[in-house]
Design a protein around this ligand. Structure first.
Ligand code: ADP
Ligand code: ASP
Ligand code: MG
Length: 814
């Protein structure tokens, strides 16, 4: 005998029921006991309309109509016309009884647990009947048997306990006598010794199937559902989750107890006692192997087998000086909860005995609070204990695995992963069996926690980085292009999976929670919502993804001001925007300390020298104990380009214009020509060397005439360049006559910085600086006379984008 169970989604539509038929037909077993759930969604609907009726809300009738029409439509679609009428009349008469029951509840304005069970049992009764008739009509040797005549329970309506001796006897008697090869049995429903309909708890059809399997000594119990087995985490929340091929009863029990809904927790006990294996299979992919649950896991030896979670948890704690050393408080605490019928999901007690803390289901929270406050009213009144504390909106995440006990450091790994991702842990518990480690966290962090833990324990090789990209101009668009090109390589070689979740420019913004297709980002972006930096941040915060990185490719002041918010939410910031690091020292410091506090890297390599590894090198010098004495540098690719191309056969105006057109200057060229850009860069280098300086502390010896500096538009600026051409030619001539070249030099020494145009003699490190190159000379304790030199292209969108890319990879390796 094989016992099979088909869940709600497996029988949710006539099309799915046809799949069930195929599976049964292909099963070579001579006898099959087939337990079915109500059509998907019907149980919820029945419970809802019962509530409505009890509240004397007429809208229960609408729900009832939906229930009627779904069942009738299923009959019409599944059963040949000539056989329909008998079946329709039986179903309609059942529906009439259901209507009468609801009407009764509506009239009295009450719903007893007993009546609720009677009403809700119709879901399974109808589905099992219709499915059995359909199989018969397809010439399968099938019959229907009402589980209420076989499974006997107590009268704990809603979640009744099974009387196994009666049940087993009924089952073996019935199946010995019956001869059909397929018996369709409604799951979830049973009856008391007095004949009242009862139910086995939500999700209880799995349990019904296990009861039959045990009673009939079945060779196997197959649970057919909508996923291909028990996964390493809920596949609806963790995309990378994988089906586990083998798992032990205990592990499966632990996973299901902690929320893996694919198996109703009580299911395992009856079959475990008899050593009957459970196989979880997918009705929609019957060829998949699924998960085999048996006494020995025979698994891969992996320590953690799965990660699950329970939603809607409330923590209840009792504490106070009166607890210390007084025996019996815990006993009374647990007794009170037990008497209130409140089941405890998790227990922690600090060894100081100062408090007891339990996690219970949210729906029990109020009752638990009242009962405990009443039970300890005396101790509370004399202040030996504080009133019970209740914390809501929590969830439990749990690591489960049989072999966890023989591996050290798992909890360390678990908690550091959660900490790194800014998931606050409210309480922890580790089962004495060491089969599970659980943590109570905020419910809004569940998805992030599951995904981070999953990545840590099951995808050790691949780390996912979620990128939120602001600004897709010259640099931003090149950056996206580079990701597109390199993504596969990086995944393969560096084990980093880069996903761009959002893109925004100043007009629109576009989000795709699964990752934006980089082949068509421009179209997607222009189809996006109107840009709004506040909403952009809120959405990222709400998504609450692990390893999130905000990438700022703009030059905007207002965006730089938003970095603290990102960092405070453990979202890393990578930026080529120099504003933040060159603004107030306090702001710069704040960003640095937020980055440390929230474990979120703040990287801005491209602030100086575009893609050249200047800041990173400086950082390494400093952390390894070196001290910077002096920095000399040519840091403006734009000015370098201008002075490398300017001579007596060109005009200053034309060369600057060309630099602007070729993208070597900021959109507003005065920022470069006035030296402001260079000031910002040397300021950042000085700060990164450990000095507290501000922009006012830098001497700027500008070569530009006052009129050019003060011009209020690009046109006026270019006009002024024309006007002062002879002055510029004079600068050139003097330099040439002295056999020198003009370079715009920045210097930091003795805590002070200055910038200005210098005549550089032959042989100097700056003399042969081509095109838009930058060069930095670090004179340090370790490099006192011969400086450490970094030189190369220091401007341009392509190299800047590659610098941003490098920062992202640094975060990936963080
Ligand atoms: P059925 O109606 O067939 O009884 P359920 O909805 O009760 O199906 O259970 C299947 C669902 O359990 C899956 O669709 C999935 O969302 C959820 N689930 C939660 N955790 C896990 C897990 N670890 N492995 C597989 N499924 C899980
Ligand atoms: N139909 C019941 C429920 O939805 C039982 C089950 O499907 O397992 O809870
Ligand atoms: Mg289920």
């Amino acid at each position: 005998m094989r016992v099979l169970k088909f869940g709600g989604t497996s029988v949710a539509s006539p099309e799915n029921i046809q799949r069930v038929k195929d599976i049964l037909e292909n099963n070579k077993a001579s006898r099959q006991a087939v337990v079915v759930s109500a059509f998907g969604g019907i149980t919820d609907l029945l419970l809802n309309i019962s509530e409505f009726a009890a509240n004397q809300d007429e809208s229960y009738k609408k729900g009832l109509e939906e229930i009627e029409s779904r069942h009738i439509a299923a009959i019409k679609e599944l059963i040949p016309i000539q056989k329909q009428s008998a079946i329709l009349s039986k179903v309609k008469s059942d529906l009439n009884v259901l209507e009468t029951l609801l009407e009764g509840s509506f009239l009295i304005g009450e719903l007893t647990p007993k009546l609720s069970d009677k009403i809700v049992s119709y879901g399974e009764l109808l589905s099992a009947f219709i499915i059995s008739e359909y199989l018969k009509s397809q010439n399968l040797d099938a019959t229907f048997k009402d589980s209420r005549e076989l499974i006997v329970t107590d009268k704990n309506f809603g979640k009744a306990s099974v009387n196994f001796s009666e049940t087993n006897q009924n089952c073996s008697q019935y199946f010995e006598k019956s001869s059909q090869s397929i018996t369709i049995l409604p799951g979830f429903v049973a009856s008391s010794l007095f004949g009242d309909s009862t139910t086995l708890g939500r999700g209880g059809s799995d349990y019904s199937a296990a009861i039959y399997a045990a009673a009939l000594n079945a060779e196997v119990l197959e649970i057919w559902t909508d996923v291909s087995g028990m996964f390493t985490a809920n596949p609806k929340l963790v995309k990378q989750a994988k089906s586990v091929s083998h798992i032990s009863y205990e592990e499966a029990m632990e996973l299901s107890h902690f929320g893996a809904k694919v198996l109703y927790p009580p299911t395992i006990q009856p079959v475990l006692d008899k050593g009957i294996p459970i196989v979880i299979k997918n009705t929609f992919a019957p060829q998949d192997t699924g998960t085999h649950i048996s006494a020995s896991a025979n698994g891969t030896g992996k320590s953690v087998r799965g990660i699950s979670h329970v939603d809607k948890i409330t923590l209840i704690s009792l504490e106070g000086p009166g607890m210390v050393g007084i025996p019996g408080i815990s006993k009374r605490f647990f007794e009170t909860l037990a008497l209130g019928g409140i089941s405890i999901v998790l227990i922690t007690q600090a060894s100081s005995e100062h408090s007891i803390c339990v996690g219970i289901s949210e729906e029990d929270a109020e009752r638990a609070e009242e009962a405990l406050n009443a039970a300890f009213a005396y101790e509370i009144s004399i202040r030996k204990l504080k009133p019970v504390q209740v914390e809501k909106d929590l969830a439990i995440v749990a690591l489960v695995g049989e072999n966890m006990k023989s591996h050290q450091g798992l909890s360390g790994k678990m908690f550091s992963t959660l900490g790194k991702n800014n998931v606050n842990i409210r309480a922890i518990a580790q089962g004495a069996s060491e089969r599970n480690i659980s943590a109570v966290i905020e419910k809004t962090d569940v998805k992030k926690a599951l995904n981070s833990l999953h990545e840590r324990f099951f995808e050790e090789n691949i780390k996912q980085l979620n990128l939120f990209v602001m600004g897709v101009g010259n640099v931003g668009s090149r950056f996206l292009e580079q990701i597109k090109q390199q993504r596969n390589y990086i995944k393969k070689e560096l084990k980093l999976n880069l996903r761009v979740i959002a893109i925004s420019n100043s007009r629109t913004m576009f989000f795709d929670e699964e990752g934006i297709s980089l082949k068509k980002w421009p179209e997607l972006l222009s189809s996006g919502a109107p840009a709004d930096t506040g909403q952009f941040f809120e959405k990222i915060k709400e998504l609450n993804y692990r390893n999130s990185v905000f990438v700022d490719n703009t030059a905007s002041d207002s965006i730089a001001l938003t970095y603290p918010e990102y960092l405070k939410n453990s979202i890393s910031v990578v930026t080529c925007n120099k504003i933040a690091c060159s603004s107030d020292f306090d702001f710069y410091k704040e960003l640095k300390s937020l980055s440390k506090k929230y474990n979120a890297p703040f990287l801005f390599e491209t602030n100086v020298g575009a893609g050249l590894p200047i800041i990173d090198t400086l950082k390494h010098l400093i952390v390894s104990g070196d001290k910077v004495h002096k920095i000399q540098a040519v840091l403006s690719g734009s000015l370098n380009f201008v002075f490398n191309n300017f001579n007596d056969s060109t005009t200053f105006h034309d060369v600057v214009k060309q630099a602007q057109e070729e993208g070597y200057t900021e959109p507003d060229p005065t920022i470069d020509l006035s030296g402001i850009d260079v000031m910002r860069k040397i300021l950042i280098l000085a700060r990164e060397s450990g000095h507290q300086i501000d922009i006012e502390d830098i001497t700027n010896d500008s070569f530009l005439p006052e009129e050019s500096l003060q011009s209020d538009s690009n046109e006026a600026f270019f006009e002024s360049l024309k006007k002062y051409e002879s002055d510029f030619q004079q600068l050139y001539k003097e330099a040439r006559d002295a056999d020198t070249k003009l370079k715009y030099v920045a210097e930091f020494a003795d805590g002070k910085a200055k910038i200005g145009l210098s005549q550089i003699p032959k042989g100097h490190d700056f003399y042969n600086l081509e095109g838009s190159d930058n060069v930095v000379l670090f004179f340090t304790e370790r490099y006192p006379n011969q400086p450490l030199i970094i030189k190369g292209a220091g401007a341009g969108a392509e190299v800047t984008a590659s610098g941003i890319f490098a920062d992202i990879i640094r975060i990936g390796n963080f």
